[in-house]
Ligand binder design. Structure first.
Ligand SMILES: CC(C)(COP(=O)(O)OP(=O)(O)OC[C@H]1O[C@@H](n2cnc3c(N)ncnc32)[C@H](O)[C@@H]1OP(=O)(O)O)[C@@H](O)C(=O)NCCC(=O)NCCS
Length: 197
């Protein structure tokens, strides 16, 4: 079962590691989230509310990663979609700071195929251009392999050069580029083939 997969994944080649949110992260989470206050739309991959207490956030993320409490919870104050799927959230932690967040949907739905894909992420402004997103994505692709997800879908805005760079560094192959009605932008759909890697 997925909850049995490492709560922490050590990287031997990069500073920092992928961690699950814990009760000890209260101050670090507040510092991380505050970096998105200027532009909350940039916070991707974290679905608790901005002011959700740490105890509640830890409980929600843990429940979602185990496929529990999927429909009776809320996402940023709104009831979750009926097709809200099992999903796991990790943070990139280095030197007691949370630098990035990444969320893995365990399976696709028609809505996620249209927008969102398997994986969403964001990095706090203070830590961008330091390889954090690349490191997080690489570590989560390992979790995809463990879950048997052989083809991983990622979507991003066609003008999001930072995300495009991150996805292409991990072998993302552009499948299509098209207008997306839900987000009112031109979107790119990338697949990363994990079958032979
Ligand atoms: C997208 C985002 C997560 C990238 O995080 P990051 O940690 O800065 O990315 P990395 O440092 O790992 O960069 C990976 C590659 O992307 C490209 N890249 C990153 N930022 C870039 C920028 N500002 N301009 C051009 N290319 C950029 C580069 O090719 C880079 O590789 P390189 O440094 O070896 O050249 C970050 O910009 C962010 O949080 N944006 C807001 C949320 C978001 O857009 N999330 C993705 C939704 S699809």
């Amino acid at each position: 079962m997925f909850s049995g997969i490492n709560k922490q994944t050590k990287s031997t080649t990069t500073p920092g590691r992928l961690v699950s949110l814990g009760l000890q992260h209260g101050d670090a989470l507040e510092a991380f989230l505050s970096e998105f206050d200027a532009d909350p739309h940039e916070l991707q991959g974290y679905f608790c509310g901005r002011s959700t207490p740490i105890e509640q956030a830890v409980g929600l993320l843990d429940a979602w990663s185990q496929g529990e409490r999927l429909i009776e919870t809320t996402v940023r104050g709104e009831p979750v979609a009926q097709d809200w799927v099992q999903n796991s959230t990790w943070f990139w932690e280095f030197d007691t700071r949370l630098q990035g967040v990444i969320n893995l949907r365990h399976r696709l739905t028609p809505a996620l195929e249209q927008e969102g894909g398997h994986i969403g992420y964001s990095v706090a402004r203070s830590f961008r251009r330091q390889g954090v997103a690349s490191k997080m994505l690489g570590a989560v692709l390992d979790h995809c392999r463990e879950l048997g997800i052989q083809q991983t879908l990622l979507t991003c805005g066609s003008d999001n050069v930072a995300s495009i760079g991150t996805i292409e560094k991990h072998g993302g192959v552009l499948h299509r580029e098209d207008w997306s009605e839900p987000s009112h932008q031109i979107l790119r759909w990338y697949w990363i083939d994990l079958e032979n890697t």
